[in-house]
Ligand binder design. Structure first.
Ligand code: BES
Ligand code: MN
Ligand code: ZN
Length: 496
């Protein structure tokens, strides 16, 4: 799919027309359509009930071109979130109508954003909506629906053209890396083992000039990562510890460290997950995938920052060699972990990764993980759980979440909850003894391994896309867009 910046100074073939409930075609676009085509559209709009948000209609115009009418609903309720969904709906409607090229006026999509931020958002969301996970399917006789080109019409001076095109190019980078993340997550567990995930990181890292180091089992053991070793004990696949580093030459400060959960399949271990909970657990490396491709995106964008990515990659399997409930594992920090439940494996491997992160004297560490079903129960599948003890950072992350499209909402991580993860025979228990506030228990556990500014994101709620997202079924690619916004913010604000 090619995304082309254009001006509305000549007639084009197909138009996407986002319309408010009682609004008409904007004068700007109307002029390009010509009286005959515009007349038909207006006739339709006066004779049909108003197009509600999300509604669509395809009109074949006298000139032979097509108009895709998309409902934006009530003007007063129009906002940034709706604008993102609209962009995705455009792709869906083009594919449904097998329209391969169309033009849209960016003013018809705009909520609050300025031209360049808007172009960037549109480009990335177009790409995200264009992705389908067909890798494992035979191609149908008529082929998969494809889109050749989307023209984004904007008003700009000739001197602004380069900047506007650069904005689209940035959106394309973020969209591509988000889609790569989704492909990784969607890949079945049998085809995405710890070593394959590590190979992938090496490949994409090399292409983007990101330094990638992969530690294998002996090196992991030597570092004292008893958590990673313990969780992977039951699997025939050996653990990998993936490290990525990107450093812009102009940046002199301490690094941002991103940590992602890389459980390539989570059976629950001996505390085996029942059907259907086990079904989507090949996506339990989604946090890790987001970190890998956020690193690549940040490098491709050339953001002036120093960023390190850490992804412990394991498979959680039941077998004769599995770790057991009651086992006590020694983490890299020396703290011991009492395993109450082998299905709370993510926090165990993250404990080692967080312990390791302290070596970089980080400015900030952010971990992202499909950590708890409890966060999904608490928040539903619209927004991720955010944990931090710093109120200013909480607000910053909520704002960046809103700006990026990866939404975040806070849950408590208070000292009062610490009691719940105290071990009986080890230092820390890997699941909350009360059985309540499960997402907070996960955060409280991780907090025991942290000695630097840190934020925890439980992305289990948005591991997969829901119906309203207007994305292909499967992984949503949570995290990449957020980390790009965070990196930009930290590059611009030295104090954050
Ligand atoms: N990977 C799961 C959490 C999960 C569930 C992610 C659903 C995405 C969708 C995690 O490893 C897990 O099993 N957590 C347990 C923790 C419990 C045993 C304390 C859970 O949520 O049940
Ligand atoms: Mn689990
Ligand atoms: Zn898991």
């Amino acid at each position: 799919m090619k995304i082309q910046l254009v001006t509305l100074d000549k007639k084009r073939t197909n138009y996407i027309l986002p319309l408010f409930e009682n609004g008409g075609v904007s004068a700007h676009v109307g002029k390009q359509l010509g009286p005959e085509d515009l007349g038909l559209i207006q006739l339709f709009l006066t004779n049909k009930p108003p197009l509600g948000r999300g509604a669509s209609h395809t009109l074949f115009l006298p000139s032979g071109s097509t108009a895709l009418l998309l409902g934006k609903g009530n003007k007063e309720a129009w906002n940034q979130r709706a604008a993102r969904i609209l962009v995705r709906a455009m792709v869906g409607e083009m594919k449904a109508g097998r329209v391969t090229e169309a033009t849209v006026d960016i003013d018809d999509i705009r909520a609050e954003k300025e031209d360049e931020a808007l172009l960037e958002m549109i480009a990335m969301e177009l790409l995200m909506a264009n992705l389908a996970f067909n890798e494992y399917k035979q191609v149908p006789k008529e082929g998969w629906p494809t889109i050749a080109q989307v023209n984004l019409a904007a008003k700009f001076a000739p001197s602004q053209k380069k900047q506007y095109e650069a904005a689209i190019a940035r959106g394309v980078i973020v969209g591509e890396e988000t889609n790569q993340t989704r492909l990784l997550s969607n890949t079945p567990g049998g085809d995405m083992t710890p070593s394959l995930l590590a190979k992938h990181a090496q490949k994409v890292g090399r292409a983007a000039k990101v330094k990638v180091t992969v530690l294998d089992e002996p090196a992991i053991r030597k570092l004292g990562m008893g958590g990673v070793i313990g969780v992977c004990q039951g699997s025939d696949d050996r653990p990998k510890f993936i490290m990525m580093e990107y450093k812009h030459r102009s940046y002199k400060g301490r690094p941002l460290v991103l940590v992602g959960k890389g459980v390539t399949f989570d059976t629950g271990g001996l505390n085996l997950k029942p059907t259907p909970a086990i079904y989507e657990m090949h996506m339990d490396m989604s946090g890790g995938a987001a970190v890998i491709h956020a690193m690549v995106a940040i490098a491709r964008l050339g953001i002036p920052l120093h960023v390190i990515g850490l992804v412990p990659a394991v498979e959680n399997m039941p077998s004769g060699s599995s770790y057991r409930p009651g086992d006590i594992l020694r983490s890299i920090t020396g703290k011991t972990i009492e395993v109450l439940n082998t299905d709370a494996e993510g926090r165990i491997i993250l404990a080692d990764a967080l312990g390791y992160a302290s070596r970089f004297k980080p400015r900030l560490v952010v971990d992202i993980a499909t950590l708890t079903g409890a966060s999904l129960v608490a928040l539903g599948d619209r927004v991720n759980a955010l944990f931090t003890e710093d109120e200013k950072r909480e607000q910053l992350f909520r704002d960046l979440g809103e700006r990026s499209g990866d939404y975040l909402w806070p849950l408590p991580m208070w000292e009062e909850y610490a009691e719940d993860v105290k071990g009986t025979f080890g230092d820390v228990a890997n699941s909350g003894k009360s059985g309540k506030a499960g997402a907070t228990a996960g955060a409280m556990f991780l907090r025991e391994f942290v000695s630097f500014p840190w934020v925890h994101i439980d992305m289990a709620p948005t591991m997969t896309a829901n119906e309203q997202d207007r994305l292909a079924k499967g992984a949503k690619g949570t995290g990449v867009r957020f980390f790009v916004e965070l990196a930009r913010y930290m590059a611009e604000h030295k104090e954050a």
